[in-house]
Design a binder for this molecule. Structure first.
Ligand code: SF4
Length: 355
């Protein structure tokens, strides 16, 4: 038994993990990493079994945002070479969402850049949601449109939106170092508006923004206190052309520890490995699924993820099933199409070795 097993026992028995516990998790040594994952996995299994919730992002409106979030490729003045376009039409949004549903997603996240929607924008999204739900009545829809004003959360709820995402992104004590065009309180206000309107609150963070361990824990505890039902954990993708260009603070092991800390602090909440999964977890993505219980399928808002099929393979290979498709048993799918590719380089050839 390690101290992380003791902590898992205590949390399973109903104790709330404190900031000190979370700090201890973040500071686990490399030798302790596997026992830590195993302990966090007990909480994950207790609340989510062997399922992975698969989400799919549709970027309804990309780039050209007037806000100045330092981490964001869509921010004011961003020189990142990303796609920029204004609102998708309803049929385009439905087409994109349908591709994600076909790929195995059960939740569609409809996202737009910007400080927050106008009432007209809200009506536009309400129309999209209506059209999507008419074709796919079981789909869960999460909207992510920025800061909400009076009545907007209620309108989205009435239109059939199930959840609203608005990340706090970082600790209150670090917020003003990463954005100046709105406040931490603005962000919390929108999460509360969503909650009060009956939308499931989705709020998470971005790790690797220069925050301290204490600030990471501060953010996790804040998310628990905020009552966030699902917690996307993003790992900073430092786009060239943004203020955080070249910021590279994360290792795969650090990312695992962050996910484990999130699991201990919020044991029964949906912990989603979000942006930066492939870039930062790299070969530890599989281990991370034993701690988190949700991922995005395919691409992110302005960057490409790994192939969607590789995401599904990751789930199957680690013994999990896609939530909503539990009847599809783990299989040796793909085995029939994997004739090994023959070596044509290195010894016996004139070509350089693969080394
Ligand atoms: S408000 Fe949203 S889209 Fe705009 S810069 Fe901030 S994170 Fe990016």
């Amino acid at each position: 038994m390690t101290r992380f097993d003791d902590l898992a026992d205590a949390v399973l028995a109903g104790r709330v993990a404190g900031a000190d516990d979370a700090l201890d998790v973040l500071r686990a040594t490399d030798d302790e990493l596997l026992p830590l994952v195993a302990a966090a996995a007990r909480l994950r299994r207790k609340h989510f079994g062997n399922t992975v919730k698969v989400n799919y992002l549709v970027n309804l409106k990309s780039g050209l945002c007037p806000e100045d979030c330092h981490y964001c490729s869509q921010r004011l003045g961003s020189q990142a070479d990303i796609l920029k376009y204004t609102w998708l039409k309803a049929d385009e949004a439905v087409e994109q969402a349908t591709a994600g549903l076909r790929g195995g997603a059960s939740r569609i996240c409809m996202v737009s850049s910007g400080r927050g929607p106008t009432d007209r924008d809200v009506e536009r999204v309400a129309g999209m949601v209506g059209a999507l739900k008419a074709e796919h009545p079981d789909v869960e829809v999460c909207a992510c449109l920025g800061l909400l004003k009076d009545g907007q959360a209620e309108r989205l709820r009435a239109a059939g939106v199930d959840a609203y995402n608005h990340n706090i992104n970082t600790a209150e004590s670090h917020h003003d170092d990463i954005v100046s065009s709105h406040t931490y309180a603005d962000r919390v206000d929108t999460v509360n508006r969503a909650k009060e309107a009956g939308l499931s609150p989705c709020s998470g963070l971005i790790a690797g923004l220069g925050e301290s361990d204490e600030q990471l824990v501060e953010a996790l505890v804040a998310l628990r206190d905020l009552g966030s039902d699902s917690i996307p954990v993003n790992f900073l993708m430092p786009f060239d052309g943004t203020p955080l260009e070249g910021t590279w603070e994360l290792t795969p092991g650090r990312c695992l520890r962050i996910l484990a800390a999130a699991r201990f602090v919020c044991p029964d909440k949906e912990i989603r490995i979000a942006g930066g999964r492939e870039m930062h977890l790299r070969s530890l993505q599989g281990l991370a699924l034993h701690v988190a219980n949700s991922i995005f399928l395919g691409d992110y808002l302005t960057s490409e993820g790994q192939a969607a099929e590789a995401d599904l393979e990751l789930i199957r290979d680690n013994g999990f099933v896609v939530l909503g498709a539990e009847s599809v048993a783990a299989s040796v799918e793909g085995a029939d199409s994997h004739d090994p590719s023959k070596r044509r380089r290195g010894a016996g050839t004139d070509l350089p070795a693969n080394a």
